[in-house]
Each structure stands twice: as C-alpha cells, then as structure tokens.
Ligand binder design. Structure first.
Ligand SMILES: Nc1nc2c(ncn2[C@@H]2O[C@H](COP(=O)(O)OP(=O)(O)OP(=O)(O)O)[C@@H](O)[C@H]2O)c(=O)[nH]1
Length: 369
C-alpha cells in the first residue's frame, strides 16, 4: 500500500523536484514508516489470531469443567441445592429433582413458597433463616411428600452458608440425604422396645416411662393416679383346652376390651403372660375408679369367640392409688399386685382396693414360706 503511495508521489512530483535530496529523504521516511506499520499490523493480526485460539481453548476447558462438575453433582446420591440470600434457588442436582419431582429449570429463580405447600415452605424458610442470619451450618430433618408420586420421604439436610468477598453471607448450599429407610427402621426398633408384639399394648418398660411422666403431672395437678392390675382367672385352662393360638387370640381381645373401658389418655400395658395394668389419671371423684373397675370386670366375662370355639373367662383386679398408697412406682405396682392377689383369694372375678393389712398379710406369708 505504501509502495503504491510512494509511486504516486514520484509520478506527480515535477522532475526537478524529484532529484531534490530532501524529498528523497522524505519519501524514504514514508517508506520506512509504512514498513513499520506493516510489521506492527502483521504482529497484531498474529496476536489476535493467537488470542482468539486461546479464548476458544479457555471456553472449551470451561465447558468441559462445567460438564464434569454437573456430571459429578448429578451422580452424587445426596440432593444438592444452592439458594441466594433472598431464598431463590440458584441451582440443584438430579437427586433434588428426583426427590421433589421438579426439574432444575422449574426451580431456578423460584422460592420454596412458589414450589411447595405453604406449611412446608414456611418450615424450610425458617431453616434457611437459621443459616442466613447466623452464618453457621444448620442440620434439619423433614418429611417431604413427593407431589407426583404421593409418597413421603424423610430428608436430612445440612445447610451451609457461602460468603462474598466482603465477608457477607450471599446464600446457602444445602446437602440433603434421604433417610426414610433409616427412619422406618428406627421407628420399628423403638416400637419393638416399647410395645408388646402380641397385643400392641405398651410393655412394662414403656409403661414405667409413661407412668413416671404421669406422676410428674399429678404432682402439679394434685390429682391422684390409680393403678389397676388385671390378671386373668384360670387362663392356663384356655391354653390347655383350646391351644396356644386360641390363648393368644383371647389375649388380643382382652387388650382391645380393656382399652375400650378407659380413656385414650390412660395408659394400658401388658406386663407379661395374662397380666395387664392400667394407669388412670386425673380422677376427681374416687367413685369413678369403682365404676371403671366394674366395667373392666364386666368386659372380661363377656364370652370370647375364638374361631369355632367360645371361651368364658374372668379377671381379678387389684387397685392402688398414687400418692396415698405409695409414692414410688415399684411399691405402687407391688401394692396393686397384692390387692389383685387378694381379689383372687376372695373368689376371683372382682376388684379389690389395696389396704395396708394386705401388705402385712403378704409379709407374714413370705415369712412362713
Ligand atoms: N397363649 C399364651 N399364653 C401365655 C402367654 N404368656 C403366658 N401364657 C400362659 O398364661 C398362663 C398364665 O397362667 P397363670 O396366670 O399362672 O395361671 P392362671 O391359669 O391364669 O390361674 P390364676 O392366675 O391363678 O387364675 C400360663 O399357662 C402361661 O403359659 C402368651 O403370650 N400366650
């Protein structure tokens, strides 16, 4: 280009001037200048080509990294989500999508109030706030209903804050694990530890625990608690005559009948064998205990239909009162047992209240043995 310009200048300059040494210097300077520009242009073009190559390499690497990160996130079985400080979802992984039956596109930019039932959303909002306001981790456990498949799963979520360069909380990362199976087995273990497997009533251990709680309440309310010990009369005969399975069926029916005679808040337990116990709290008029005890006696004499057989049985009941008869559970149960024993001795199919003479008689009997 500059050579063309140089030629143009040479042509239009008058011949005398063309030999002028100063003009020659000027033209050479132009020539040199254009050479320099050409070189710079070449370098610049080269640099541009190289940087655009680098740029596409960087972009390719970034894309590869992003895909790798996405692949890793999606293959993690725990659910992952990110939220901004105003509670809007920034992203989530596949496990999150699966648990909630929601795609990432449905989620991003939305809050829990846009996506979940209001009760759950309020609950999750409170969990988020724990992290966003304190800047500390927070572990929560929630039952979530999958709207699409209508099944419930229990999810344990660890929320961790993330910070900006200014040190302020900018949002949170949640990592959640489906612990439904663990929860179910924990519940089963707890049920096994607290309930009698045959009748589904509370067992001795759980009865003790619940009675302790009732005693605390009674101390405040100043209302007594009555323990009613129930032992079936001649139950062994049922087993012997009709078989163990029929005996089991009868015990199940006894449990059902006992529960029908008391309030839902009263504690009904099977202590073992054919022995049951009921704790009746909040009794204002002691006459009510007599009414309940008689109801229990009557309920047990009703015939039991056991397959093709009909069984007749009765029960002997002993009653002790907290705090009048004893202040600790062990003595209270012992007194109810002594009263029950007295009912058996007095002809069965009845209830008896504990009296101190029964305790004296029991001591004497033990001394004779
Ligand atoms: N079917 C069944 N029988 C049981 C179970 N646990 C204990 N038994 C039986 O229940 C019977 C309890 O008998 P006892 O309370 O000792 O005596 P009883 O025949 O009821 O006579 P009294 O109590 O003196 O009126 C025993 O034969 C035990 O083997 C059970 O889970 N199922």
């Amino acid at each position: 280009m500059h050579r063309l310009l140089n030629r143009q200048l040479q042509r239009h300059i008058v011949p005398e001037l063309r030999d002028d040494a100063r003009l020659g210097i000027f033209l050479n300077a132009i020539d040199h200048y254009y050479d320099q520009v050409e070189e710079e242009r070449f370098l610049l073009e080269n640099a541009l080509r190289l940087s655009s190559q680098e740029l596409s390499q960087v972009a390719a690497t970034a894309k590869r990294d992003q895909m790798l990160l996405r692949g890793v996130m999606d293959s993690i079985p725990d659910m992952i989500f990110f939220k901004s400080s105003d509670g809007c979802y920034l992203g989530c992984n596949r496990a999150f999508e699966r648990i909630h039956s929601l795609s990432e596109t449905q989620v991003v930019g939305k809050t829990d109030f846009d996506l979940m039932p209001v009760e759950l959303a309020t609950d999750l909002y409170a969990c988020d706030q724990q992290v966003l306001t304190s800047g500390r981790e927070y572990l929560s456990e929630r039952w979530i209903t999958n709207q699409e498949h209508q099944h419930q799963s229990c999810v344990e979520v660890l929320r961790t804050p993330f910070f900006g360069a200014d040190g302020q909380v900018k949002g949170l990362i949640g990592i959640g694990r489906d612990i439904t199976e663990r929860k179910h087995s924990e519940e089963a273990i707890l049920h096994q530890a607290n309930y009698d497997s045959l009748t589904e009533l509370a067992n001795r251990r759980f009865f003790h625990e619940r009675l302790l709680h009732e005693i605390k309440l009674s101390k405040r309310s100043k209302l007594p608690i009555y323990l009613v010990m129930i032992d079936l009369d001649k139950f062994k005969q049922i087993n012997d005559e009709l078989g163990h399975d029929s005996g089991d069926a009868l015990l199940i029916e006894v449990a059902r009948r006992i529960k029908c005679c008391v309030r839902e808040t009263d504690i009904v337990a099977r202590l073992g064998g054919d022995e049951f116990i009921v704790a009746i709290a909040n009794i204002i008029d002691p006459k009510d205990v007599k009414i309940i005890a008689q109801k229990l006696v009557d309920a047990l004499v009703d015939p039991f239909l056991l397959g093709i057989d009909t069984a007749l049985i009765s029960g002997s009941l002993g009653i002790a009162c907290y705090p009048n008869d004893a202040q600790d559970i062990e003595t209270l149960v012992k007194h109810a047992d002594q009263a029950m024993y007295y009912a058996k001795k007095s002809g069965r199919n009845r209830y008896c209240f504990f009296t101190p003479t029964q305790a004296e008689a029991a001591i004497k009997q033990r001394q004779l043995m």
